[in-house]
Design a protein around this ligand. Structure first.
Ligand code: SF4
Length: 514
């Protein structure tokens, strides 16, 4: 068994720790009966959510192999240690799983997301066990398969030996090797339960059965875990009305999927203070598509509806625009179509409100991607939301084309969006418009938070030009003909489309759904 510890030089390394593997791994067939405080309820769930989101983010960044495992091991150690199998570790593991199961059972999208990342976490933990521990776990979990007799193993020795084994386990013979047939336990499993191995020609078949060495059982056990969890999610969905009658936990459960677990950008600045005069250029160069659309339409129509004002206003706040500047910015735009008096009465209050200066005096934080993607989509005349989620193919293509994204990259982003990988599409947008960023800056949070996208872009231009902000960077070359030279209040519509995006996006056929 292995856990990650820090070596002298600061690099993670694997060491063996005695633990109870079967206590640490579960198919989660039975919900735990335990008393728990409301505080624990939330903390446990958020810690597990952090792990699942980290898995997503590591994968989005293309991380795999040892690098992925070591990073994930570090995150697990920080959020929810699972090393020794203590009662407390097992309790937290079980409870947090079932809280998230109920929080992620509501919609098909949420169920798919949870299933995918829980299965990946399960696989990761299963792969850490050695062959004996896996066999023990299977026995205790009721995953009983026929053990192939010694006589049959000897009879089939040549065939079994011929199947190459690819192991990814650090410290357990990584790479391709052959099985020590006489020293390995084989299981006879109906081939329909071993389709993953069959598809990759990684198992010997005879008479409708797959002969699976104990160390290849991972994909079969993970498949069982997936199907059992999939059923469990549907059962949880059936129990939802009952859960929601409990006023203590209903709000937590209902909003769990929208909880952001990364940096929240409250009261933070991107670095240097932003100059309002730079916003047109920054919208083209450094903002993610969701905010670019809002900025452009605000400039064009001199107004935004409620959700758009909130989404963009909080983004600007997180990007470093202070309250006085924010009021000045919105007032300058809105008073092109209304009097200052009307602006002050109807809009200035809400700006002061989300800066925590009115009403409940709560300091509101910018929306993260989950909140935007899972939140209400834009209706007619609205421009909030995430274009990768809420725009149809034709309008998304048009939008990206105007943002200067080339045809091949556009196709890839649209494909990702159609596959419901909205955040991956957004990351792709960042990569194509910030060539070489990975070697210059940290891209943590890009695709998870609009402000992380913006902060990473600002850092990129600062690194690249040694100055940062407007003074150092030039807009995305393909966007240079856009509004970068327009001052506040001037029409920032894209010259390539005289009517601006608002005339073509969000109206008529193919507009974002209400
Ligand atoms: Fe904005 Fe996030 Fe959508 Fe990117 S993925 S466009 S940052 S909401």
């Amino acid at each position: 068994m292995q856990t990650t510890t820090r070596a002298i030089h600061g690099e993670p390394t694997y060491t063996r720790v005695k633990r109870e593997p079967t206590r640490l791994l579960s198919l989660y067939n039975t919900a735990p009966q335990a008393e728990i405080t409301l505080e624990e309820f939330e903390l446990y769930a958020l810690d597990r959510l952090q792990i699942l989101r980290s898995i997503e983010s590591l994968r989005l960044r293309g991380m795999k192999g040892d690098e992925f495992r070591m990073k994930l091991e570090e995150i697990i150690s920080a959020c929810m240690p699972m090393t020794l199998g203590t009662a407390e570790e097992v309790r937290k593991d079980q409870i947090s799983h079932f809280i998230l199961r109920i929080a992620y059972c509501k919609t098909e999208d949420l169920r798919r997301w949870f299933l995918k990342h829980e299965s990946e976490l399960f696989r990761f933990r299963l792969e850490r066990l050695d062959s004996n521990e896996r066999a023990k776990f299977m026995e205790q979990s009721g995953l009983a398969y026929d053990v192939v007799s010694k006589e049959d193993v000897l009879r089939l020795k040549a065939q079994l030996q011929a199947v190459p084994i690819f192991s990814q386990q650090p410290g357990y013979g990584q790479g391709i090797h052959t099985v020590e047939v006489t020293r390995t336990q084989f299981f006879r499993i109906p081939f329909t339960q071993a389709l993953d191995l069959v598809a990759h020609r990684q198992v010997f078949l005879e008479g409708g059965f797959a002969y699976v060495p104990v160390e290849r059982l991972v994909s079969i056990i993970v498949a069982r875990f997936r199907s059992s969890l999939s059923r469990g999610l549907l059962e949880a969905f059936g129990a939802m009305p009952y859960v929601l009658t409990d006023g203590r936990i209903a709000p937590l459960v209902s909003n769990m999927a929208k909880q952001y677990t990364g940096k929240d950008f409250s009261g933070t600045k991107t670095g240097d203070s932003l100059d309002l005069n730079d916003l047109d250029m920054l919208a083209d160069r450094s903002m993610p598509m969701c905010m670019r659309v809002l900025h452009k339409n605000l400039r064009l129509e001199h107004k935004l509806k409620h959700w758009g004002r909130l989404q963009y206003g909080l983004f600007l706040k997180g990007a470093g625009i202070g309250m006085e500047d924010a009021i000045q910015f919105w007032e300058k735009e809105f008073t092109k179509i209304m009097t200052t008096d009307v602006f002050n009465k109807q809009y200035a209050y809400s700006i002061r409100h989300y800066f925590g200066k009115e009403g409940k005096r709560k300091d509101y934080t910018p929306f993260n991607c989950s909140k935007i993607i899972l939140g209400p989509g834009p209706g007619h005349g609205e421009f909030h939301g995430c274009p990768f989620r809420h725009y149809d193919e034709a309008n998304l293509n048009k939008l990206l084309e105007r943002a200067g994204v080339g045809a091949m990259d556009r196709d890839e982003m649209i494909k990702l969006s159609k596959g419901q990988h909205y955040q991956l599409a957004c990351m792709k947008h960042f990569e194509t418009t910030h060539k070489g960023a990975e070697s210059l800056i940290s891209m943590d949070g890009v695709g998870n938070h609009p402000n992380a996208f913006f902060a990473a872009s600002m850092a990129f231009y600062k690194e690249k030009n040694g100055e940062g902000g407007r003074r150092g960077g030039s807009p995305n070359p393909s966007s240079q003909t856009s509004a970068s030279s327009a001052g506040p209040g001037e029409d920032a519509g894209d010259p390539a489309s005289p009517h601006g995006e608002s005339m073509e996006i969000g109206t008529g056929e193919g507009s974002p759904p209400a």
